[in-house]
Design a protein around this ligand. Structure first.
Ligand code: TXA
Ligand code: MG
Length: 317
């Protein structure tokens, strides 16, 4: 019998052609993928993830020409972003064509599209004559998966195959950008820093929490949550002292010298990109350790530190 974790791309393509769900590696996080044109496959994704139907899925492509059948028009700013960041950790929300099912878009008139960079998933997509819808490969509200083992621990025998692609290089979900009256608007902070998006298209709008609810249904406050209680602190040493009676785990950017606790350091080099890469796996590890509380350092509000803080805030909610 085949192990659920496999390197066999042709086997995964066959499963996908038969309306099965396959977990796929991307540079951001692993996804739970299915054929966008088969309702049976899409329904399986929502069921497996336990995801409410009002929360739309991202469509994954490998070639710009596939956009023709998916979207009505591409604003100028979207084209600039595609040219700069695809393939890569950027999702664009664009007006959809009829052929894209309401199940994928949760009845919205727009569809989210992304061209992933991961070598293995590009090869997978290139051999299929349909794009893949894929949400992150974690049960609804749980921590995303950045390795095949994370996916296996969540879905085990429920999923026919997990395509091995190694640990995810970026480690945070894609940055999501929509266009309101042609103005690029960030719906989700992610693997591409907001500063880089600004550099590409000039001004960028950030949504307030109130504005987010209707346009970005997936951006629920509680998300990426470990089972262990998580709190964010600006003064971790003090917070540790205040909780000295508890079993404490610390999620630290680069410092190792906290006392009386288990410390996970995200980047000894003090690199925000490296910290992002390690964030979810460190959270998975701490969550396995039967701790009473995880104390996370607040990250600097720059580059991917902004996206890391966003994930930590949701995990703490
Ligand atoms: O990096 C990623 O984006 C990963 C990998 C697997 O590609 N995928 C991912 O998917 O994070 P998911 O489903 O976990 O998050 C997709 C987010 C959700 O918050 C959803 O609400 C939003 O994208 N989204 C999708 N289509 C949308 C649309 N038409 N309008 C607004 N938001 C949309
Ligand atoms: Mg997700």
């Amino acid at each position: 019998m085949k192990s659920v974790i496999t390197e066999d791309i042709a086997y995964c393509q066959e499963l996908l052609r038969n309306n099965e769900i396959v977990a796929i590696p991307t540079e951001t996080v692993y996804g739970l993928a299915g054929n966008i044109y088969e309702e049976e496959a899409i329904k399986k994704i929502f069921e497996m993830k336990g995801r409410p139907l009002f929360n739309p899925l991202i469509v994954h492509i490998h070639d710009i020409s596939q956009m023709d059948t998916l979207v009505k028009e591409v604003p100028e700013a979207a084209r600039a972003l595609m040219n700069t960041f695809w393939p890569g950790p950027l999702t664009l929300i664009l007006p959809k064509k009829e052929g894209v099912s309401d199940l994928i878009t949760a009845g919205k008139s727009t569809v989210g599209i992304r061209m992933p960079k991961h070598r293995v998933t590009r090869a997978l997509l290139q051999g299929l004559d349909f794009p893949l819808a894929a949400p992150s490969a974690n049960p609804f509200t749980k921590i995303s998966s950045t390795s095949s083992q994370h996916v296996a621990s969540y879905f085990g025998s429920k999923i026919p195959a997990i395509l091995e692609g190694g640990p995810c290089e970026v480690g945070l979900e894609s940055t999501i950008v929509g266009f309101e009256a042609g103005i690029p608007t960030v719906y989700r902070k992610g693997g591409i820093a907001i500063a880089a998006i600004k550099e590409c298209v000039g001004q960028v709008k950030l949504l307030t929490k109130e504005e987010k609810a209707p346009v970005a249904p997936g951006m629920l406050l509680k998300h990426y949550a470990p089972s262990t209680k998580l709190m964010i602190s600006d003064t971790v040493a003090e917070t540790i002292e205040e909780h000295a009676h508890l079993k404490i785990g610390v999620l630290s950017f680069f410092k190792t010298n906290y006392e009386n606790c288990t410390v996970k350091v995200l980047s000894e080099q003090k690199s925000l990109d490296e910290a992002a890469q390690h964030l979810f796996s460190a959270l998975h590890e701490l969550d396995q350790m039967h701790l009473d509380v995880i104390i996370a350092e607040r990250f600097p509000e720059e580059g991917l530190g902004i996206s890391i803080n966003d994930r930590l805030e949701r995990a703490a909610h």
